[in-house]
Write a protein that binds this ligand. Sequence first.
Ligand code: ATP
Ligand code: MG
Length: 277
Amino acid sequence: VTIPAAELERLGVLGHGNGGTVYKVQHKRTSKIYALKVVYDDGDLAARRQIFRERDILRKTDSPHIVRCYETYEKPSGDVAILMEYMDAGSLDSLLRSKGTFSEPELAHITRQILEGLSYLHSLKIIHRDLKPANLLVNNKMEVKIADFGVSKIMSPTLESCNSYVGTSAYMSPERFDPDANGGNYNGFLGDIWSLGLTVMELFVGHFPLLPAGQKPDWATLMCSICFGEPPVLPPGASDEFRNFMECCLQKEPSKRWTASQLLEHPFLIKYSTADN
Ligand code: ATP
Ligand code: MG
């Protein structure tokens, strides 16, 4: 089934991002609710490049843990839009702010789903490169899905550097700052694992783990602590399995990190896996 753009009614704004806006829309004929991400023709070149990249990736992916794309639009005027499934509970970032921190069993449930999505992406040779709470969306069934592929990268089989993204994010792994430091042996997939580790730790402690609670990120300080500091560790009270899981993600040396499919077998996830999980 195709959904013509003219049959969509805008109900409100779900979020703003780099040069784009995400709307809550309703398909008038079926009354179904969707999310529509739009980049207007006057958006800058970087924003346009990002939405085309996101469109290309979402058209390729088919996983219960990647946000689903139903249609893409390109108007003669130059507006580009992607019609996605609506994730009615918002992002993990907004959930953290509204409901507070997550317990270990909740985090095991969330983390398993993110890892299912990541191991699927990595098997397609796609690196997300911007994994963080704001880019992980949730619905009322507590299904967690990876979204926002604007800076993702599809690795070609050639020996190409995957470090071409010049943007910055606090969740970036140490090797992203200096890929040559580890002998050019940089495996970009493991950068997503570092970001996952910081994300899960943030959901447990309630603030970005490389900064004290309430402190505004100052980029220079943050970069120093990522590159020269010790990786963050869980506070007292966390279980041994959880502590070890974090260590498997937050190794500064990428080759020491576990892959997504290895982490899916980690005791932390096994411990909390039940029939209803
Ligand atoms: P940024 O550059 O700030 O990360 P972006 O332009 O890349 O933003 P997204 O991260 O895809 O855009 O979306 C921005 C926000 O819009 C999300 O954090 C989320 O709150 C909301 N949003 C995006 N897609 C959906 C969706 N499918 N369902 C519900 N909300 C969504
Ligand atoms: Mg985003």
